[in-house]
Design a protein around this ligand. Sequence first.
Ligand code: FDA
Length: 394
Amino acid sequence: MGALQIDVAIIGGGAAGLMCARVAGLRGRRVLLIEHAERVGKKILMSGGGRCNFTNTGTTAANFISANPHFCKSALARFTPQDFIALVDRHGIAWHEKELGQLFCNDSSSQIVRMLLDECAAAGVRVETRCSVAQVQQRDQGFVLTTTLGEVHAQALVVASGGLSIPSMGATGFGYVLAHQFGHAVRATRAGLVPLTLSGTHQQHYQDLSGVALPVEARCNGQRFRAGMLVTHRGISGPAILQISSYWQPGDDLRLNLLPDCDVFEALREQQRAHSDAELRTRLAELLPRRLALRLCEIGLPNRPLRQYREAELRAVAAQMESWPLVASGTEGYRTAEVTLGGVDTDALSSTTLQSRHVPRLYFIGEVVDVTGHLGGYNFQWAWASGHAAGSAV
Ligand code: FDA
């Protein structure tokens, strides 16, 4: 059997790969999309609690972490959340805004995968699942891929194999291996948007509070996120913690404002005026989840009848609650992380086309690149935008 001759081979049938295949196919390119799992778009399917938070209408470069914070701008400007919404609308997929510009499908994330597959079919893209690539070689101005399908000769190669998070969903480090092979630097990778773990006395302080949830403002390394927090058996989770986890590394100072929605000193003063004989812990239990309020008074806050606090002491209690230290020992790792921080260094990629500066007709798109979004639909928007940029150029 002779080698398969195509224009564009795309490794990875996730969000970025599907979008790139569609756009390149619509431009008349012969495209082969190679996915080693049994189906494409597995992360899309599991995303957003099964409803896929497919974009965020407030997307800006400030929502992304990268060694070069400007790199993502060009692609994001040329394929916007409105462009993706227009596509979703054309396919009659009903959606709603949950909060802060986060858009979700009303019914199921499978609608997004169906949409992308239909678009790929209309664009003549050949999609091969359960197909692995053993090696890639550069030859005759193009690439030769040794795959389970046989030899594939492609004029251009797009690496869209994603990051390392959730290996059980098909994640591999193959994109980084290819990057190294073709002389690209890869920035150190680590789990992002991931629950934090506690250990030792810090775990003992909180583990029996598992299930307690409250709004907090989490702060670390100059970043702050106000959202929900959840205490788990092993540590802490919830949107505020997932967001700050992308900025935290072991040893970093992590602080929580436990009452982010009010002036804590004024709230305590109000309690003191109205209930001067009550103990601090009893009145804190009116402001915070009860089990947490009692625990805070066991492990850090002085507990006395409120009338005994002078103003300076009440201010000190308020300051403690606004800057509660949380000593995390690590993260849950790639097993549960939503994204991988780091990846293919953007220095050697064109920000307009995502093409390699070292190797002509080699592209890297999506999460394999050192561009990582905050929680809230930004990561898919980067996948669509970078896929669109490469698909328009390849
Ligand atoms: P993606 O990981 O989607 O695709 C890569 C593909 O390459 C996979 O299909 C993989 O199997 C394949 N592959 C890997 N190695 C290969 C190889 N050697 N050969 C062939 N194929 C290979 N983001 C967001 O914006 N909104 C949300 O709601 C969520 N929710 C969410 C939930 C969960 C549980 C996770 C884990 C992640 C999210 N995300 C998210 C993040 C989002 O899923 C992620 O950023 C994008 O899927 C990245 O798209 P890519 O196409 O780059 O990688």
